[in-house]
Design a protein around this ligand. Structure first.
Ligand code: NAP
Length: 279
């Protein structure tokens, strides 16, 4: 298949490597000549250009730009697309993307590979990034079912595990397991910073693996945290509101010295946690 990838960063570049290794013809589009050059030299793409005209005759186009530029990128692509071209994206929030893109292109299917790391740009692209990872597609009742099936097969070919759900359920689920943890973890670090200097100094010296685990996502790239809050505001606020209730309930148990209730809460959580983790 002829597959075009727009935005040759971590996700776009990694997709290029894997899809090209399966024999697909990969066309890359970047805003920078240097990125095109690197993508060609490192075998991420067969051809690369800064000119959108290069997507002509592509059967599948994957938009791998930051969320805010997905719909504007699709608008620029449309003059060069054949009517049957399937367009998908990889943005980590789906409702605003699907709402903006489906009216522009009826063969649009929202997508989100749940793989990545903290690196970015073409030099971060790597083989097998999607192996074993969930890859969510978010069709609506109007979405072309054949396009969804073709993309599902493509995800399977990457070694990913495809899931189908509505954009709304996707955004609610990722708000719980991805966006809420970032805010909670950030609040944990902020709480530690409120203590007086001597205690803070000791706490910093004593911090070990528990703090490393619980602070990791809250101490990451601020731009990503803002992006989650900006594009998934409603679901994140809803998750935070439920979280505040759960925290109040734990505070209440501790204040009332209701150790039995506290233990029951913690036992329920201990039993539930493995179901969220693959290993
Ligand atoms: P990235 O490494 O920064 O790559 C994004 C690429 O998009 C850049 O390399 C840049 O390529 C291009 N770009 C940047 N700003 C643009 C703009 N305003 N207009 C057009 N193109 C632009 O980021 P990424 O991690 O691959 O993320 C890309 C998408 O994947 C995002 O929508 C993100 O939500 C989603 N995602 C990320 C992860 C993750 O863990 N990183 C996981 C799942 C999904 P050029 O400069 O070459 O044009």
């Amino acid at each position: 298949m002829k597959i075009a990838i727009v935005g040759l960063g971590l996700i776009g570049g990694s997709l290029g490597i894997d899809l090209r290794s399966q024999g697909h013809e990969i066309i890359g589009i970047s805003r920078q000549a240097n990125t095109c050059q690197i993508a060609l030299e490192t075998g991420v793409v067969d051809r690369a250009s800064m000119d959108f005209e290069i997507v002509k005759n592509a059967e599948i186009v994957v938009i791998c730009t930051p969320i805010e530029s997905i719909a504007p990128t699709l608008t620029k692509l449309i003059p060069y697309l054949t009517p049957e071209a399937i367009v998908t994206d990889v943005g980590s929030v789906k409702q605003p993307v699907v709402a903006a893109c489906y009216p522009l292109w009826s063969n649009f299917v929202g997508g989100h590979p749940m793989a990545g790391n903290t690196k970015s740009g073409i030099n971060a692209a790597q083989a097998d990034l999607f192996k074993g990872a969930a890859y969510v597609f978010t069709p609506t009742p109007e979405t072309n079912a054949i396009a969804v099936e073709i993309l599902r097969e493509l995800a399977l070919s990457l070694g990913a595990i495809p899931y189908l759900c509505t954009p709304a359920i996707h955004d609610r689920a990722v708000s719980l397991i991805s966006h809420l943890p970032v805010i909670i973890s950030a609040s944990l670090i902020a709480t530690c910073l409120t203590t007086e200097p001597d205690t803070l100094d000791l706490a910093q010296k004593l911090a070990s693996s528990g703090f490393r685990d619980t602070s990791r996502v809250g101490g990451g790239n601020p731009e990503l945290g803002v992006m989650m809050a900006k594009y998934n505001q409603t679901e994140l606020l809803n998750s935070l509101s439920i979280y505040r209730d759960r925290l109040d309930s734990i505070i209440d148990s501790i204040e009332r010295k209701d150790w039995h209730n506290l233990e029951q809460i913690l036992q329920t959580n201990q039993a539930a946690r493995p179901k969220f983790l693959k290993d």
